[in-house]
Design a protein around this ligand. Structure first.
Ligand SMILES: [Zn+2]
Ligand SMILES: [Zn+2]
Length: 427
């Protein structure tokens, strides 16, 4: 119990004294008393505050694929650095990532054998068709882009992924307040009940994908999620015939921070949303430990499409299993301002008609209406602009959360504090 005696009054921070008579911890400074249960909760919270996270992964061991000469054939791209494995059945004339046509044949000293893979389900025609569809309804797309733009290059690439699974234990503490306000003839009372909130949640994450390719844009890859893992098959050389395979260049170790960030965000979200019924909540501490971790190496099918417009290459990716299309389209600045003007003027005309009918056509209401309508125009055109980009970095892992279980779920009342505010005197 010596430690417990060291803990400080949660209300004012002064040291507490154990009083044998009341069997309670007492603060002689603010006269608040605490039961042993409350003291232990505070003690546990202080220990939790001091602990730190541990999200270290064990390194997987990968087997190499090689021919009898200890090699695999392919090419590298001097422009973006991509290393692509391709057998003689696969004709490639340009880099699937950057569109560079000066690719250099190269033999590599093997490539990793995937633990599992999803074979291509959709063909090249589906990919080209999907890109045409992707243009539809995009109001800010330059007309010339749709008309003169030819799909330059469509290539099927098996993109390497690390699939990261683990058990994550998240421990968080919070200070919470339940406030009540009432008043009588003379005063207003604000009573704040202070709570110590303690949560330990255990979550199982299964196969969070992190792409193992530096050339592959992270936002583009994250945008292709989710893949349906029900189609996983063991590696077979036959699946690669006619397709390219990106040689991994992001190690499992380098992939861990991206998986950890997604795990941490989801753990914090899930725990935070279990804290309910408080007027105010502030986080005291968080600690996340991972265990039972497993890293698998997988190849997932991606159609890479590139087009050229005004000397710039636009790259799109389509999920080769589900057909989901991801990419960033160019924005026509003329159309941008046209839709901004329309989005502002139409509501403004309506406002002016209403003001006229109400006979309120004075400076102040007109200025307010103009400001509000400019804002509406801006929000409208911003929504149109964000539809032009579907490549977004994923920050959550909740799609890969399989099980969530709370080991500790405590809201311990600590002390109350009531503010009395005299009502202003009426004359
Ligand atoms: Zn005190
Ligand atoms: Zn390249």
């Amino acid at each position: 119990m010596a430690d417990v005696l060291n803990f400080k009054c949660p209300s004012c921070g002064a040291p507490l004294i154990f009083k044998g008579g009341t069997q309670k911890m007492t603060c002689e400074y603010c006269m608040t008393e605490f039961t042993m249960e409350q003291a232990q909760a505070a003690q546990a919270a202080e220990e939790a505050d001091a602990a730190s996270s541990d999200m270290v992964w064990t390194q997987p061991e990968q087997e190499l694929i090689q021919d009898e000469n200890g090699q695999v054939t392919g090419f590298h791209c001097p422009s973006c650095g991509a290393e692509i494995v391709a057998d003689e059945t696969t004709a490639a004339t340009e880099c699937p990532y950057c569109g560079n046509q000066a690719i250099v044949p190269q033999a590599f000293e093997g490539t990793y054998k995937p633990d599992c893979m999803i074979p291509f389900k959709l063909d090249k025609e589906k990919a080209s068709g999907a890109l045409e569809k992707f243009y539809e309804g995009k109001k800010l797309l330059p007309d010339a882009f749709k008309e003169n733009n030819r799909i330059k290059n469509v290539q099927g690439v098996y993109v390497p992924f690390w699939l990261m699974s683990c058990k994550a234990e998240g421990a968080m503490t919070f200070n919470g307040v339940r406030a009540k306000t009432w008043s009588d003839a003379n005063n207003t009372y604000i009573k704040k009940d202070h709570y110590l909130i303690n949560r330990v949640g255990v979550m199982d994450f299964s196969r969070i994908p992190v792409d193992a390719s530096k050339q592959m844009d992270d936002a583009l890859m994250d945008g292709l999620e989710p893949y349906n893992y029900g189609d996983f098959v063991p590696y077979d050389k036959a699946y690669f015939s006619g397709y390219l395979a990106d040689r991994y260049d992001v190690s499992a170790e380098e992939a861990q921070p991206r998986a950890n960030t997604r795990i941490e965000n989801t753990v914090v979200n899930k725990i935070r949303s279990s804290v309910t019924g408080f007027t105010e909540v502030s986080e005291r501490s968080k600690r996340i430990n991972t265990s039972d971790d497993k890293t698998e190496y997988a190849m997932l099918p991606v159609w890479m499409l590139s087009t050229k417009y005004e000397d710039k290459v636009y790259t799109f990716a389509m999920n080769g299993q589900t057909g989901k299309m991801v990419g960033t389209l160019p924005v026509d600045s003329g159309k941008y301002w046209k839709y901004f003007a329309l989005g502002t003027l139409i509501p403004l005309i309506i406002c002016l008609v209403v003001l006229y009918l109400l006979q309120k056509m004075t400076t102040m209401p007109i200025v307010i209406a103009a400001v509000v309508c400019l804002l509406i125009g801006f929000i409208y055109v911003s929504a149109l602009k964000s539809a032009m980009n579907t490549a977004v970095i994923q920050t959550q892992a909740d799609k890969y959360l399989e099980d969530l279980d709370f080991k500790v779920r405590n809201d311990v009342f600590m002390y109350s504090h009531t503010d009395v505010r005299p009502k202003p005197k009426r004359e």
